[in-house]
Design a binder for this molecule. Structure first.
Ligand code: ARG
Length: 438
């Protein structure tokens, strides 16, 4: 049965009301109403797009300016020197304070010192500044904003470095030029979209580590492979042609023509493949004690640096890491004692252990020489393992990565009181320079 309200028919519907309704929805009102709705929806979509899908792009500038209250030092000319690195960091920190504090703070991506050169009484600084703005924005407009922000900040804030305002120049550069400029510095990680990679989050082991999350996270990592036998060792890129690795990797075979090196986060497929032209094993490598477990391999053809292939910084021989410093080890090695090689690169966070502790009778009982460095945990669990040998132990100094160790040996893997033992790279800094000129 159909439902019909009792005692109500259309004829009885009050006329006046009916007319009022008709008037309310007259064509003009209807049009206005529709327009309003459309406008509201339009604005809402606009707002959402603005915040969510806005197409941001990196705007890069080369900045040059003079700092008048510091004196030029000889070592500023050497990018691997501590003086250059520390001064550059100071300038970069200052830039990030200036731009992060400003209203458009979220727009600042990073700054990077490229060169320090002498200028009268002071120092000339060349650096790259990177900002994130909608791709529709103009380079000129952003340049003005950046200049204004800097000038204002210099007026208000007290900084340890005095920038001469009239010397400040800002030149837009395209992202290719920027990449080339950034590539003039070692130890820098970038995402595929040219954004800097953040510091690594907490991780577990290679034995108990995790797969690396992103391409380009450890761009200096290489796999050294024997033709026909596959992955043998890890290695680290320290220039366009030189790899740093462990001497014991070449115990069985030191004929360069039998070796290849690959780069990228997987062994198959590799991002890049190169043949090896030269192998230099430390003259005083002793297989019985593992002392001086360091070697160099030179590629026959250079690799070009990119976001996925990059060189790691070599530390000054004077660099010291206190015990319990957080460092990362990476490799394609097994995740259990005597397990198979991993196709995907893995990483683990470990901590440096003082040689005094590592040489204790209940630990390695005096086997640790001055050329070795222990890292891991006394309770075990996290460690490098078989196949990680030759690979890097790296230290993150304000987003610049230094190779401080080379995976060398250990009693089994990840056992309590048996941490990983690494070649102490600082001790061989001069040896590396004498063989490679780096
Ligand atoms: N010697 C091993 C190799 O050839 C690496 C040993 C590292 N061991 C350790 N427990 N950290 O791959």
């Amino acid at each position: 049965m159909m439902y019909a309200p009792v005692g109500f028919s259309e004829a009885e519907y009050p006329r006046v009301e009916y007319q009022r309704r008709q008037q309310f929805w007259d064509p003009i009102r209807l049009a206005l109403f529709t327009l309003t709705i459309v406008a509201i929806i339009g604005i809402a979509i606009g707002i959402v797009t603005h915040f969510v899908v806005e197409d941001d792009k990196a705007f890069c500038y080369l900045a040059s300016f003079k700092v008048t209250n510091i004196k030029y030092k000889e070592n500023y000319g050497m990018k691997s020197s501590r003086e250059f690195t520390e001064r550059s960091h100071q300038i970069e920190r200052m830039m990030s304070r200036i731009f992060r504090r400003s209203s458009g703070g979220g727009r600042f991506i990073k700054s990077h010192v490229i060169k320090l050169s002498p200028y009268e009484e002071g120092v000339n600084i060349f650096m790259v500044l990177m900002f994130r703005y909608p791709s529709s924005d103009s380079v000129e407009r952003i340049r003005k904003i950046v200049e204004r922000t800097l000038y204002q900040s210099l007026k208000i804030n007290q900084f340890p470095l005095t920038i001469s305002k009239p010397s400040f120049r800002l030149t837009p550069i395209d992202s290719r030029k920027m990449r080339n400029l950034l590539n003039s510095r070692c130890g820098i990680r970038m995402t595929l979209s040219n954004m800097p990679l953040p510091a690594s989050s907490s991780t577990e082991r290679i034995v108990q580590g995790r797969e690396t999350a992103m391409d380009g996270e450890w761009p200096w990592q290489a796999s050294l492979q024997l033709i026909g036998a596959g992955h043998q060792c890890g290695a680290s890129l320290i220039s366009n042609t030189w790899l740093l690795t462990a001497a014991h990797c070449f115990r069985k075979n030191k004929d360069p023509s039998q070796w290849i090196a690959t780069f990228g986060t997987t062994i198959t497929p590799p991002a890049i493949k190169r043949s090896v032209g030269k192998i230099i094993v430390h003259e005083n490598y002793y297989r019985d004690t593992n002392d001086n477990d360091i070697a160099l391999a030179q590629l026959t053809n250079r690799v070009e640096f990119s976001n996925v292939v990059q060189r790691v910084c070599l530390p000054d021989s004077s660099m010291k890491l206190p015990p319990k410093t957080s460092v990362f080890v990476t490799g394609f090695g097994s995740i259990v004692d005597d397990g198979p090689t991993q196709n995907k690169l893995r990483q683990a966070r470990v901590e440096t252990i003082g040689t005094d502790v590592c040489n204790r009778t209940d630990v390695y009982d005096g086997l640790i020489t001055p050329g070795m460095l222990c890292a891991g945990f006394m309770e075990g669990k996290v460690d490098a393992c078989k196949g990680d040998s030759g690979g890097p132990l790296v230290y993150d100094n304000r987003d610049i990565w230094y190779i401080v160790g080379i995976v060398s040996w250990g009693q089994s893997c990840a056992l309590p009181k048996r941490p990983g033992v690494y070649t102490r790279v600082t001790k061989y800094r001069d040896w590396i320079a004498s063989k490679t000129g780096i």
